[in-house]
Design a protein around this ligand. Structure first.
Ligand code: PGA
Length: 238
């Protein structure tokens, strides 16, 4: 059984103290077992958490990711954060999350522009796919990936995203067949994760399916104890 990739997505949650407490609770457990996870955190938390993770020497265990990025390289774009500003601090970035489309009207063309900038700045994009229409568009318009560039894909049906504390995941069998279709298009070189209402109770239903390489976890990543329970289950298979 291969090692699953777990990506926590805090969304618009946690102040600095809560974020540091999470890292201090989760970090030792992940480091002790020499596991690797990625945490997508809000912009203002990236630098202080980078320092904390560095002080604790957990850089090989806890990897930081941004949750979005400007589609511009830099300049007069008030409120935007350029990829180059995060260069050397984090190497992953979530892009195309369905909440960016739902609440901020992000278009597929903007997602491609963001991916181009991320690749130029040597980030690994974590690209979310909600459906086959997006899969076709992103695949057709994807910039060519050089030998040493990487990409992580997430299949996440928007209706499966948890809401109001309630979990309603997709049937893992359906997710598996969607993920197989994504792999047929993008190639088996890339990891494809499932996202949407993953929690400690259902994580193994997804990971037990060979084509699902890991999970993107929102709600169940917020509380360190719940997240560690999920980590325990996920890595109990290897
Ligand atoms: P959820 O969110 O685990 O709370 O459903 C996942 C995501 O949208 O990143």
């Amino acid at each position: 059984m291969k090692k699953p990739l777990l990506v926590a997505n805090w969304k618009e949650n946690k102040d600095l103290k809560e974020a540091k407490d999470w890292v201090l609770a989760v970090g030792p457990q992940i480091a002790k077992r020499n596991l690797k996870i990625i945490v997508c955190v809000p912009f203002p938390l990236i630098f202080p958490l980078f320092e904390l993770i560095g002080q604790k020497k957990w850089q090989e265990n806890l990897y930081l990711a941004a949750q979005d990025i400007s589609r511009f390289e830099g300049g007069a774009y008030t409120g935007e954060v350029a990829a180059k500003m995060l260069s050397g601090v984090c190497q992953f970035c979530l892009v195309g999350h369905s909440e960016r489309k739902k609440y901020f009207g992000e278009s597929q063309e903007e997602v491609i522009a963001k991916i181009k900038i991320l690749l130029t700045q040597n980030f690994t994009p974590i690209l979310c796919l909600a459906n086959f229409e997006q899969l076709d568009f992103y695949h057709k318009n994807f910039p060519s990936l050089g030998e040493n560039k990487d990409l992580i894909l997430v299949y996440e049906p928007p209706e499966a995203i948890s809401g109001g504390g309630a979990y309603h995941p997709e049937d893992p069998k359906t997710s598996e067949s969607k993920i197989q279709a994504i792999k047929e298009k993008f190639g088996t070189r890339f990891l494809v994760l499932y996202g949407g209402s993953v929690n400690p109770e259902n994580i193994l239903d997804f990971l037990a399916r060979p084509s699902i390489d890991g999970a993107l976890i929102g709600q169940a990543s917020l509380e360190p104890q719940t997240f560690l329970e999920l980590v325990d289950k996920a890595f109990s298979l290897i």
